[in-house]
Design a protein around this ligand. Structure first.
Ligand SMILES: [Fe+2]
Length: 284
């Protein structure tokens, strides 16, 4: 793994982060979660992860194979963690980056999935992949439809399974396979995020330690007109969502996608109204 990823701090401007993303397909940003927020979030996650078994079934055998049986997952994080729903989902760090990458292709963007992935000892490296390939029916070429990240909730080191990224692979022809020297390891301190495009090749790394867990959270956003990986309305139903900030409700997909001003139409209404307004009025 000889390649490297641009390394910035949270004080970097959104323009610098976006420029790094466009050039390399991925950037590491340190200090995305402040130490106090990180500590409170981890404390909230501790008992939840204790109750989760890494041996579980998934949607189908291919997903069983992809995740393996050494990874503890928390899905629907907004419904399980008040700190996530109130402070991380709507964290201002992501807004200008999503505006730049996804904004030109939609009327609003939304959360695709937030998923805590606690990768245990013996977890093998994932197969190298592009996250956007879940939307295999989307014709290519297409503009970027996804902005993804993995937030390090502990220090990410190579031996612990830090995310592996292939810089510049967002501009590669589809069939090109990375050589070992084209891989980069996203080593970074806790609270950092490796931010990458949906078209960038990457994988969760191998945890070669005997007894340490690599706690991280995948958090990604997509254009508002695309079906999301997690069904966020069911994972965070109205009874939970109505207690969250309006911005978080919008990002969970409760806001209508109104493209009328761009010559399009509207998506996601309830009774031809905006569900996020109905939540505010106590009608949903
Ligand atoms: Fe991925």
């Amino acid at each position: 793994m000889n390649a490297s990823i641009p390394h910035l701090t949270a004080s970097a401007s959104a323009d610098e982060i976006v420029a790094g993303l466009r050039a390399q397909g991925a950037v590491i940003v340190e200090g995305v979660l402040a130490p106090d927020l990180l500590a409170r979030f981890n404390a909230e996650l501790d008992p939840i992860l204790e109750s989760v078994s890494p041996k579980r079934s998934y949607l189908n055998p291919a997903i069983d194979w992809f995740y393996g049986d050494r990874v503890r997952q928390i899905t629907g994080v907004a419904a399980h963690s008040r700190i996530f729903g109130e402070e991380i989902l709507c964290h201002p760090f992501y807004a200008p980056i999503c505006d730049a990458i996804l904004g030109p292709s939609c009327a609003r963007y939304q959360l695709n999935v937030a998923q805590v992935m606690d990768r245990g000892p013996g977890a093998e490296q994932q197969v190298l992949h592009r996250d956007e390939d879940v939307w295999v029916h989307l014709p290519r070429p297409h503009p970027e439809v996804q902005l993804a990240s993995v937030i390090a909730l502990v220090d990410f080191r190579a031996e612990l399974g830090a995310t592996v990224v292939v810089p510049e692979s967002h501009r590669w022809e589809r069939g090109r396979q990375p050589k070992p020297e084209e891989l980069a390891c996203a080593e970074m301190p806790a609270g950092s995020a490796v931010v990458y495009l949906g078209s960038t090749i990457h994988a969760g790394g191998r945890n070669s330690t005997k007894d340490r867990w690599r706690r991280g959270m995948h958090m990604s956003f997509v254009v508002g007109w695309l079906r999301t990986e997690e069904n966020n309305y069911l994972s965070t139903p109205p009874d939970v969502a109505r207690r969250l900030p309006r911005r978080s409700q919008e990002l969970l997909g409760y806001a209508a996608h109104d493209a009328l001003s761009a010559g399009g139409g509207y998506l996601g209404t309830v009774d031809l109204l905006d569900p996020v307004d109905l939540l505010a009025q106590g009608k949903l």
